[in-house]
Each structure stands twice: as structure tokens, then as C-alpha cells.
Design a protein around this ligand. Sequence first.
Ligand code: NAD
Ligand code: MG
Length: 394
Amino acid sequence: MQSIAILGATGSIGQSTLDVVARHPDRYRVFALTAQTQIARLAALIRQHCPSVVVVPDERARQTLLEESGGRVDCEVFIGVDGLCRVAAAREVTTVMAAIVGAAGLAPTLEAVRAGKRVLLANKEALVMTGQLFMELARQSQSNILPIDSEHNAVFQSLPPGFDYGLHECGVSKIVLTASGGPFRTWALEQIANATPDQAIAHPNWSMGRKISVDSATMMNKGLEVIEARWLFGVGGEQIDVVVHPQSVIHSMVQYVDGSVVAQLGNPDMRTPIAHALAYPERIASGVAPLNFASLSGLTFEMPDARRFPCLGLAFDALRAGGHAPAVLNAANEVAVAGFLDHKIRFGDISSVVAETLTRCKVGSEASLDAVLAADESARHVAHECMESRRMMR
Ligand code: NAD
Ligand code: MG
């Protein structure tokens, strides 16, 4: 029986995880659920899944939870980042689903890794920020990191068992990440520059949270995933290719030196990678419909367009620069995406803010958490300045 803490339970990945878990009460028990907002939804999840602990951001949210639960909450309630870190490392927990969005998920995700938990990693930003430290901690604590991101989960499924002894030894020549191309794949540059938040979050194939939906529209999501793959699979950027595949049926591929390409296919539904990671190395039902080959209109591929989607190139640049550059990239992107969703900057300004922040920030290389957090903080400051100057120019 696995005992699970779901960090970010009210989000898109959190909900899909609970859906899979509820199908297998004999295998999984929900120990903890956490939420930042949508406290009414959290109250409903408590009634449905009976966790031992929940985590909310502050005293006010605890009061709201009490009211939403009819005056009595049937579990312990922890507060804030401390509470998140406590459940991530709790003795009762075997498995942590890291599904908080953005840098906010870093501290509890690292706690889970440090505590040697089985970590189901959706929170790619944590790995992008602290790749070296993250993988080093996992090695020391023997934490099992299972990728939830559909591309990395597909790569994981397409690699031979024991690949962590070195991809070169396994005959791998390339990792090929597929990208849907997002909602603006066929749009002209001028049209993309002025796209609205509603247009940006309307992803053609996947239903996801707002931040990752915007990242998919800029293709920064693929950029973050390239960096994520670098750390998860221990490959250099030159061994990672990105190919646009608008149908989102092939979730990613591994190319071998003998010319073989191994791919993982399925309907675009995150319950597949979630079920895979939950049960690995076994297999369980996920509720996802089987792929119907007769109804596929075709599988097509094209190269990403660097001119219309500059964020992908910026991520490759940050990966090459190394040190804190990926953390700076991530911080600037979080600030710019929030600014865009708040109607403060145009869609086209997101990549400019990230590019300018990368140019202006001095990039250190110390891998400690404190050093990365300092780089994150100063990058946010610079990104806000860049954003302000873009607003003045309008
Ligand atoms: P979401 O916005 O739907 O949910 C985010 C969750 O995190 C919510 O439960 C929210 O309450 C919580 N949260 C937000 N800010 C927080 C904070 N400051 N402190 C604590 N908790 C906070 O996001 P999502 O789409 O579920 O994505 C979650 C993560 O998974 C992201 O890192 C995303 O990149 C990754 N991911 C998502 C998908 C997908 O299909 N949704 C696919 C691959 C990877
Ligand atoms: Mg993905």
C-alpha cells in the first residue's frame, strides 16, 4: 500500500492523480492534500478522499476551510511552506506527487527528495531551477524520481531498464521531445504578438493549469522540458531534439545508434503518465480510453519555428550558459507570464522580458539552494523592471 501526499491537489495534475488513485483503493491511500486557493474544492476533496492532513497557505484559509466544512474539519490542518515541507517528508508518506506550479513547489519537492520518497515529478520548474542539487540529493537519499511530464514519462518508458548507468552505454543517440506547437502554431508573428490570455490558455489538445498553458503557447514549456530532460536523463543539450507533432499522440521518442526509434503513444490525457508513475514497474488502469488508430487522421511532424517562438531558443541558451541561468530563465518567465495574464504586457513581450532578464542578470554557478534562491529573487526583480519599461513604451 502506497501512502500519498498530493502537493497541489486542487490543480489539473492533482485532480487527475486523485481520479487514478480513487480507482485503486487497494493500492493507494491519500495521506495528505494541499491547496493554495479554491478552498471550497479542497473541502470537497477532504469529504471524498479522507486524508489525514491538509495544508493551506495561512490562518485565513484555515478559517475558510472550517466554514466550507460545516464548522469541523475531519483531519489535521497544517499551514504554509512549513506545512508543505512537513507532509513532503512525513514518516507516514511513501510517495509524493509534486504538482504545485512554479518555484513555489521547490522547497517541498526538495524536502521529499531529501527524505528519500518516491517522487512523482510534475513540478518541472523545481528541477529546472536546481537540477544539479536536485539530482545529487536524489542520489544520496536514493529517492526514486518518476517523471509525470508526458514527454519525460514517454522517454522513461522508451529507455531500457537500468539506463541511469549512462545513456551512451545503452546505445542512445538522441532524445526527441515532441511538442504540440500550442494554440498559435499556425499564427503569423504579428497576430501572436497581440494574442489575448483567453486565446493563449485555449490549448488544442491538453487541458492544463493557466501558467503551463501560456508556456505551451510561447513554447517556453518545451524549453523548460529540454532542461528537465537534461537533468532527468543526464544528457547534454546537443543530444536533445524538439519536433512539433500537432496531434499529441506520440508523447516523445528515443533514438538509438542502430537507427531504431522507440516511442510511447497514447491519447493526450495526463492520467496515463500518472498511472504509469504510480504503479511503476507494474501497470494499472488509468481510465484513459485506448488509442483508436482508425480515427487518427494522421501523424505529422514539423520543425519548431525559432522566429515565432523565441522562448525555446532562450531555454537552450540558458542550458548552455549553465549555473543559475536556467533559474533566471524560469523566474523571468514566471514574472512575465503572470504579467501577461494580468493584462500588464502583451503576449509578444513575454520572450522579450525573459531575454532581457537573462542578459542583465549576472549568472553565478554555486549549486546550493540559498544561491539558487538568491538568483531567483534578483531575476524576479530585474524581470519586473523589464516589464515596467515595456509598459511605459506602450
Ligand atoms: P494548476 O494551476 O492547475 O494547479 C496548481 C496547484 O498548485 C493548485 O493545487 C494550487 O493550489 C497549487 N499552488 C499554486 N500556487 C501555489 C503556492 N504558491 N504554494 C502552494 N501551492 C500552490 O497547475 P497544473 O496544470 O496542475 O500544473 C502543476 C505542475 O505540473 C506545473 O509545474 C506544470 O508545469 C506541471 N505539468 C502539468 C501538466 C498538465 O497537464 N496540467 C502536464 C505536465 C506538467
Ligand atoms: Mg509536457
